[in-house]
Design a protein around this ligand. Structure first.
Ligand code: PFF
Length: 454
């Protein structure tokens, strides 16, 4: 078989892929979602289940996505189809890719609204509004922002425009350079924040909260939420990593890249937790404050810090960049699908997808104000989308990808794709992806719907 090539080109090096995939993984999921999910689900036990999910579910699925993408070299739907055809298997697997593409659209619609909050906090920080603020003032600043649909819509629009501007040009232009500089900067700034939180907040209580497991506080939904968080933060289950894999040069080793990406991502989440929870426990805020947690805690710390306005501005700019590089990867599957299947140009595909996602995002904008009382199962439109995508659609997509890579892709093909690692890695991956990962995902699903409750 002649190896396929992607019509969208290739990454210049393996490092470029690692940087882009890390850019996809590290984002609001680490800094906004992880702390608030951990806070709502009681801390330590949630964190342990999340870490286990990263290792036993996330890492093997990440390798599966990259290998499938590189083998197929197309959008997620057609990569699955092509690889299934190569193996002489049913092309019905392509619908796992189709679901992934839809999941990406749904996620980006609310992700962009939250990224809009981060955008809104840049001028707030630069104008010195955090200086000396109290808990109440910090909560008020967040509430005032989210209460105004027009303001939220404005920031959401700006963020979507930024995202479309990049996908129009193709992800490989500029992304690499941006990630190479901004990621380390975000990392260093988080370290500074942890150091500062240690001094002014209650660091001991934060460490205890994050790392002392109290399984009673977790509950079955907490386990599902921890798995959902692992998928969300690693960008798995929807084809984002698969499409980035489709641009990976043939010789580049996959397992080492996957480990680097997952490790960095996990480290950033833990650092974010260590920066935020000391401030939570050192103030009157509650760990379970919900989606506003980061936006209410960090300004408090910046407000007391020397040069706080400067650091705060830099921090929110970097957070926007983290969100931006993730949003680009959420767009890429639908854009490549529109280019390859519908024959649109990249420009039209980006504009069409961006416009549709923007429109859908209005539902999330309104969830925080006009529609905040319109709930179903106790969730707003935004809450429903977040829950449905992270806790159901991504794990389901991941399960299908695991089954595909483990049972449909032949040993010969997967072994060839996963070359370049120590000899034990391949058999270990194959065993885990065939038996452990699918069973774990299924068990967590069944547990969540109450099957194991005597
Ligand atoms: N991983 C990103 C984050 O943690 O912010 C969000 C994300 C990107 C989720 C791409 C899913 C995805 F496919």
């Amino acid at each position: 078989m002649i190896p396929r090539t992607s019509v969208h080109g290739e990454w210049s090096t393996r490092l470029a892929f690692i940087l882009a995939a890390t850019g996809s993984a590290v984002g609001l999921g680490n800094i906004w979602r992880f702390p608030y999910m951990a806070g709502e689900n009681g801390g330590g036990a949630f964190v342990i289940v999340y870490l286990l999910c990263v290792l036993l579910i996330g890492l093997p699925i990440m390798m599966s996505e990259v290998l499938t993408g590189r083998r197929g070299r197309r959008n997620p739907m057609d990569s699955l189809k092509a690889v299934a055809e190569d193996e002489g298997r049913s092309t019905i697997w392509q619908y796992a890719g189709a679901m992934g593409i839809i999941t990406g659209v749904l996620i980006l619609s609310f992700y962009s609204v939250v990224a809009g909050w981060a955008l809104a906090y840049v001028p707030n920080a630069a104008r010195g509004l955090f200086a000396g603020m109290t808990e109440i003032q910090s909560e008020m600043m967040f509430d005032r922002l989210t209460a105004n649909p027009w303001v939220l819509l404005g920031w959401h629009t700006l963020f979507m425009a930024m995202t479309v501007a990049v996908t129009i040009r193709g992800v490989r232009h500029g992304l690499e350079k941006a990630v190479r500089i901004l990621m380390p900067a975000l990392f260093v700034l988080l370290l500074v924040m942890v150091g500062y939180a240690m001094q002014i907040g209650d660091f001991e209580q934060a460490v205890e909260f994050l790392f002392r497991p109290d399984f009673a506080a977790l509950g079955t939904n907490g386990v599902l939420a921890a798995m959902g968080q692992a998928f969300f933060t690693l960008s798995l289950g929807m084809g984002a990593i698969m499409i980035y894999g489709s641009y990976l040069p043939s010789k580049a080793s996959i397992p080492g890249s996957a480990v680097a990406i997952a490790l960095t991502d996990t480290l950033v989440a833990v650092l974010a937790g260590l920066a935020i929870f000391p401030i939570v426990f050192g103030s009157l805020l509650e760990p379970s404050a919900g989606p506003g947690l980061v936006f209410m805690t960090l300004p408090l710390a910046f407000g007391q810090m020397p040069y706080g306005s400067f650091f705060a501005t830099v921090f929110f700019v970097l957070l926007v960049f983290g969100a931006w590089t993730s949003a680009i990867s959420l767009m890429e599957p639908i854009v490549t699908w529109l280019v390859e299947r519908v024959n649109l140009s990249r420009v039209s595909a980006s504009l069409l997808a961006g416009g549709g996602i923007w429109l859908l995002g209005i539902g999330s904008v309104l969830s925080f104000n006009l529609w905040s009382e319109a709930t179903l199962f106790d969730r707003t439109f935004f809450g429903m989308l977040d829950d449905l995508t992270a806790n159901i659609m991504l794990p389901l997509g991941g399960l299908l990808i695991a089954l595909f890579a483990g049972w449909v892709v032949s040993r010969q093909v997967s072994a060839e794709e996963l070359e370049g690692a120590p000899a034990w890695v391949y058999p270990a991956w194959r065993f885990v992806i065939r038996y452990i990962t699918p069973v774990a995902v299924l068990a967590i699903f069944l547990n969540a719907i109450g099957v194991f409750q005597n």
